[in-house]
Design a binder for this molecule. Sequence first.
Ligand code: HMG
Ligand code: MG
Length: 317
Amino acid sequence: MVEHPDVFPLPGLPGEVTIYEVGPRDGLQAEKQIVDTRTKIEFIRRLRQAGLTAIEATSFVSPRWVPQLADANQVLAGIGAPDGYRHPVLVPNQKGMDRALEAGATEIAVFVSATERFAKENLATTVDGAIEMAAPVVRQAAEAGIPVRGYVSMCFGDPWEGRVPLGQVVSVTRRLADLGVRTISLGDTIGVGTPGHVRALLESLGAAGIGMERLALHFHDTYGGALANVLSGLQCGVSEYDSSAGGIGGCQFARSATGNLATEDLVWMLTGLGIRTGVDLDRLIQISGWMAGKLGRPAPSRVVAALYHDEVDEPLF
Ligand code: HMG
Ligand code: MG
């Protein structure tokens, strides 16, 4: 049985990639069945043991909008802040920032939309309104020395508005960059992007003065294109990718947003390309198998489906 790919590098790709794990936040946020707080904390602890160092832990959004993450305080307290790990939390507005700071957050992520309709569906505001909501939060974080990541959603298509012009994405990304957001993650919220589209967007951003070192890519795998899109991103020089363990996830505020690109599928391809990630694939597969048991259905990840052995799901710690 082949449990790891052979290594055949392609020229011109980065030697190392940062994997930004979103399973505990993007992966769980749309789960209807409330996952208990202890399981969420254990999930994050196990992900750390698998070598993931940047793990988005939860979000301080309205618990009325996202009941699953109403325990953000307890999750953050439960996971601690060990050296060498980043645990950003999603913050939509000042109220979320106040809650996050009180809970001891050490890194935050703000989020805006490239489209008007999703700004309304996801944040009850407009594109401008979302940026205005993020601005004081970003300023406060800068004053407190807290790093800020930013997401732009619906960069490749929108379930209501359809095509999203490149210029629209560039303009919103530019505004986030001008606020001082360190890394901006371009979200293919509904998974409709294709590799040429990824390149066209990255080239437009580059032409607008936004360097690849400031960008990350966040693919949902609805149409199975996420890995091809990562390869396109790598060829353009982007070296940070968001993914969720097991490929769990979605967004209840956007029709047809299914799971994120699975971290295992990403690690498999990067390993085969000889690109370092620091992730222990075998361990991660076991963790996703364990989490799938908690969620009551198989993990969407192809690699987990191929390689998970539930007979060896002994406690890892
Ligand atoms: P709103 O209903 O307009 O809020 O929602 P409001 O300002 O009118 O306040 C209403 C009530 O909510 C008030 O309480 C506020 O205090 C409270 P009341 O006075 O009625 O008792 N409230 C809050 N409570 C706790 N935490 C807060 C908070 N804010 C207000 N932060 C709001 C506006 C922004 C709050 C809402 O739209 C919201 O929470 N949206 C977040 C939705 C979300 O989490 N979506 C998923 C994450 S984004 C995503 O998945 C995309 C991404 O993965 C990238 C990609 O794939 O593209 C990042
Ligand atoms: Mg997402």
